[in-house]
Design a protein around this ligand. Structure first.
Ligand SMILES: *Cc1c(COP(=O)(O)O)cnc(C)c1O
Length: 512
């Protein structure tokens, strides 16, 4: 029989992961120095490493799982070297791609503190102060965008998850049968309908697929030439679906489309939803926080009328990844969607005296302390600080749009929120002619690849009515007017080089 002596437990216990406070302090100071150095060096670095997947894999190497451990100091130096030299930096002043922001430096420090205390914000007893900080953060987010502060809410990983949570709350609230027990097959299985414009982010495809409604349940409503939902078509489609016995339950408005930053006519969608008894959800993952800026579109005020809103603190609150947030006007509707069983092993977690167990308000059980980085930043700069930074991002997009419009070799398309879209057009080509348009799409697509690989700036693209456009999205408190002014020169230089190499002979003959 094994005796206690044969087990390798010393006194004090010698666990391989444990670290003395002295060792932690030394490693931590060194790492903080390296991170500070990295942040200071960003403007002098390339935005993107311009290395292929094969090259990156070769640098990392393909060693098998280590059998034995390595000194922590060596490993941290190694990790710093790999990441600082071979990453794309969304914290770089010239990063203007997708919708991804730099991380607020205070948020990075907050993440260290959150990980060190490591509260499990699934149950209140596991995270007394952290749960209350999350609740306060959610109330502040609601106030920031003009939503009732009594609303229910939860922090999740990002905008997609935040939209999912709202979608599930809507489905639960609006189904006329007990879907918890009978699934979606109740009531003669009428076709459920969710209404969304063709500019809606792709989370909706995932949602109807994952949550059992199927792609056919999306009633796609066309967008007008300004990329906003066609509300006449929306009204007609809801009425027609009702007349044929379908079950309309939800309508989605987007506060800031991904391609061009268009804001749907939210107040009008709200009244259509009210008229038909539908759940009105606003996807504000990109533009929701712009409600705080004085120069934002007035339609954002319609957020206040929504049954639910998704916003994304890791976009325009500049929180380090990951953080999304769902707000639901009726907090019981949110709770109803996610609370059912009370297993015996969670006896201690049951609601008492208004304790707030976040596992009852969302899909996750164990949950990290996502709130701290957001809470710190909201306190660091206040509403005023965010109004300034978001307002400046929008002004920079306007400035870029105007520069493009005035440039003889650039054609400007749209500016919405902090997105500007435009393309490179060589002086001797006339847009509009079919074969010229085809070539310009090809040329600008190649140009974007060349620009991204150059490391000089990072833009992405939008396709607007079949036209390939370069797209700058400024959700970046480090971008300055000088960065914006540098773009036309960089783009036309790369464009001219490519045009010389790519222009088809037929097109040249056309012109001559
Ligand atoms: C970014 C975005 C999403 C998805 O958010 P993630 O944080 O990437 O999951 C959804 N909708 C809109 C409008 C977005 O801009």
């Amino acid at each position: 029989m094994e005796t206690i002596k044969t087990i390798q437990i010393g006194e004090p216990r010698n666990a391989p992961l444990e670290m003395s406070p002295e060792e932690f302090r030394a490693l931590g100071y060194r790492l903080v120095d390296q991170v500070a150095e990295f942040l200071g060096s960003l403007p002098r670095r390339r935005v993107s490493p311009g290395e292929s997947p094969r090259e990156i894999r070769a640098i990392l190497g393909d060693s098998p799982l280590p059998e034995k451990g390595t000194a922590a100091a060596t490993l941290l130096d190694d990790a710093v070297r790999l990441l600082v030299n071979h990453s794309l930096f969304n914290g770089h002043p010239r990063f203007m791609g997708f919708i991804t922001s730099p991380a607020a430096p205070l948020g990075a420090l907050g993440e260290l503190l959150a990980a060190a205390v490591n509260p499990n914000v699934g149950g209140w007893v596991l995270s007394p102060m952290a749960s209350e900080i999350e609740a306060q953060t959610i109330r502040w987010i609601a106030e920031l965008i003009g939503y009732p502060r009594e609303a229910g809410g939860i922090l999740v990983t990002g905008g997609t998850m935040a939209n999912f949570v709202a979608f599930l709350a809507a489905r639960k609230a609006k189904l006329p049968w007990d879907a918890r027990t009978h699934g979606l097959a109740g009531d003669g299985a009428r076709r459920m309908r969710v209404y969304a414009s063709t500019e809606t982010h792709t989370w909706i495809h995932k949602a109807v697929d994952l949550f059992g409604l199927g792609l056919d349940s999306i009633a796609w409503i066309s967008a007008n030439s300004d990329q906003r939902i066609n509300t006449t078509e929306l009204r007609e489609r809801i009425s027609a679906d009702k007349a044929k016995g379908d079950l309309p339950f939800m309508v989605i408005g987007t506060a800031g489309t991904v391609s061009t930053g268009a804001v749907d006519p939210l107040p009008e969608i709200a009244s259509i939803a009210r008229e038909h008894g539908l759940w009105f959800h606003v996807d504000g993952a990109y533009g929701g926080f712009a409600a705080v800026a004085p120069n934002a579109p007035a339609d954002l005020r319609g957020i206040s009328e929504a049954d639910s809103v998704a916003v994304d603190p890791h976009k325009w609150l500049y929180a380090p990844l990951e953080a999304g947030c769902t707000l639901v006007r009726d907090r019981n509707a949110l709770r109803d969607a996610f609370t059912q069983h009370h297993p015996s092993y969670y006896k201690l977690l049951e609601d008492r005296e208004e304790t707030l167990n976040f596992f009852e308000y969302g899909p996750e059980n164990s949950r990290g302390f996502r709130a701290l980085k957001i809470w710190l930043a909201l306190r660091q700069v206040g509403r005023e600080g965010y109004a300034q930074m978001i307002g400046d991002d929008i002004r920079l997009a306007k400035a870029l749009f105007e520069l493009a419009a005035a440039h003889p070799e650039l054609q400007a398309f749209r500016q919405g929120l902090s997105i500007a879209t435009f393309r490179y057009v060589p002086r001797d080509l006339t847009p509009g002619v079919a074969n010229v348009e085809e070539y310009l799409n090809h040329l600008n697509s190649e140009l974007l690849g060349r620009l991204q690989a150059s490391g000089e700036a990072f833009l992405t693209n939008a396709v607007i009515g079949g036209t390939f456009a370069l797209r700058a999205c400024i959700v970046n408190f480090r971008t300055s007017l000088a960065d914006i002014r540098a773009l036309p020169g960089i783009i036309t230089r790369l464009g001219a080089d490519l045009d010389a190499a790519l222009r088809p002979k037929a097109l040249q003959d056309n012109i001559a």
